[in-house]
Structure formats: structure tokens, C-alpha cells
Design a protein around this ligand. Structure first.
Ligand code: GLP
Length: 241
């Protein structure tokens, strides 16, 4: 079931997301984390809360959703680097307790399988998600089977176009493949928190919430999950009934 929380703008969305997330920043919890520009406001609030209130991450584990294939972790746009820059390096989390899928190595499919095994051992208490303009979650593009595990996949052209702003606006610099948690992996999380802001997400938000549950809109699978909160700002909610 999806609970929709409408707010005015991205700042309020981050405030609300932090309010939800705060309940899970406790010893023993497992957080599922996401990249993209949408979660940045939430991460800023988590960092501020750690610095000002001493909220500790020492006994928290994290699993990220995805990573580009072939991008060195030292590349500033690798999701590994993104997470370290925007969150991990600014809180007291223990490196060994953080997990970002690796897009480098000899056997990416075997590594992906191992990633799912690690998640099965430490089930995710709350999974944070953004949404792509084509309705993708993590890098599960339209057509991805709902029962998929972590796997290697091609990026849709629209996603390459959306993400080229991080690569000098040059589509040829955007990696064409990623390793991503599958839709089946994401659905195992006990709770899901999805944030969507901005007008370019309006159609995807409508399809996710009001459309049929169909692989053409990967996020529509969330209608089948028992505990989902979707925080939308006015622009992203503009096409909802
Ligand atoms: C990327 C990520 C997704 C993210 C999406 C939206 O493709 N793999 O996890 O939700 O883009 O990104 P943004 O928040 O920057 O709009």
C-alpha cells in the first residue's frame, strides 16, 4: 500500500523524509540507500543531525541500490564516491558496514548474487528510493521483471540523457551499464520511502500511484508492497487526481 505525503517543495520533502528516516537511525538497523540528486537534502539533514545531536551510525549497516559498470570508484560520479562524499565520510559509520554494489571485477553476475545473499542475511529495514523520469527505481528500467535479483543491466537512453548532467552534459561519457538491486530485491525491504520532486517526475509519479501494476512502469510494483511512503512535492504531484 502506498501512502502519499504531499508537500510544497523539495526542502519540505527533505524535512519530511528525515522525519521518517530518523526512526530508523538506531543501533542494529539496516538502511537501504540511494543516489541521484533527490536524496541530497535528506543526507544533509542526516549529517547535520549527526554533528549537532551526536546521532551515531556505528551500529548501522547500509546497502546501496546500484553502481555504474566500469567507472573506477575514484571517479567522482561513481555511486561509491557519491555516498562517501555526501554521507559516509561525514558521519561515524564504519566502512565495513557500508555496501555499494561493485561495477568492477571479473564476474559481475557472481558479485551481484553475493550482494543479494548479503542482503538476505541483513534484511533492509527501510529502503530509500528516487524515481527516474521513465518510472525506473534503482536502475531497473521499464520491462525489468518484478522478481529480478541484483543484476547487470543496460541503461535506457532516457536515463543516459537524464544523467549526462553529471558527465559534462556529454551522453557519450555516461556509462551504458549498471549493477542494480533487482525489483525483487527492493521489494524485500520491510519499509520503503520514495521521494519525488520536480515536474519531470510528474508522469512517472502518476503511473506509479494511479497506473496499472505493470513492468512498463517499474515503480508501479510498489502498489503491492505493504509499507510504502511516497513524498511528493507540488510539481511532482501535479498530474495526480
Ligand atoms: C538514477 C539512479 C536512481 C535515481 C534516479 C533519479 O538513474 N539510479 O536510483 O532514483 O536516477 O535521479 P535524480 O534523483 O537525480 O532525479
Amino acid at each position: 500500500m502506498i501512502k502519499v505525503v504531499k508537500v510544497d517543495n523539495a526542502t519540505e520533502a527533505a524535512d519530511k523524509a528525515f522525519e521518517v528516516m530518523k526512526e530508523y537511525i538506531k543501533p542494529g538497523k539496516v538502511l537501504g540507500l540511494a543516489t541521484g540528486s533527490t536524496p541530497l537534502g535528506l543526507y544533509e539533514r542526516m549529517v547535520k543531525d549527526h554533528k549537532e545531536n551526536g546521532t551515531s551510525y556505528k551500529e548501522i549497516k547500509t546497502f546501496n541500490l546500484d553502481e555504474y559498470v566500469g567507472l573506477p570508484i575514484t571517479h567522482p560520479e561513481s555511486y561509491y564516491a557519491f555516498m562517501h562524499r555526501n554521507l559516509f565520510d561525514q558521519i561515524d559509520i564504519i566502512e565495513e558496514n557500508t555496501h555499494v554494489p561493485s561495477g568492477l571485477g571479473e564476474d559481475l553476475e557472481a558479485q551481484a548474487k553475493h550482494y543479494d545473499e548479503m542482503i538476505d542475511k541483513d534484511p533492509v529495514d527501510i529502503q530509500l528510493l528516487g524515481i527516474g523520469s521513465d518510472g525506473h527505481i534503482a536502475f531497473n528500467e521499464p520491462g525489468t521483471p518484478f522478481d529480478s535479483g541484483t543484476h547487470v543491466t543496460d541503461l535506457a537512453e532516457s536515463t543516459i540523457r537524464d544523467n549526462c548532467r553529471f558527465f559534462d552534459n556529454d551522453m557519450s561519457k555516461v556509462p551504458t551499464q549498471s549493477v542494480t538491486q533487482g525489483i525483487g530485491t527492493i521489494m524485500k525491504a520491510k519499509n520503503i520511502l520514495l521521494i519525488a520532486t520536480g515536474a519531470n517526475k510528474a508522469q512517472a509519479v502518476k503511473d506509479m500511484i494511479e497506473g496499472p501494476v505493470d513492468e512498463a512502469c517499474p515503480a508501479s510494483v510498489l502498489q503491492k508492497h505493504p509499507n510504502v511512503i511516497v513524498i511528493v512535492d507540488e510539481a511532482a504531484a501535479s498530474m495526480l487526481k
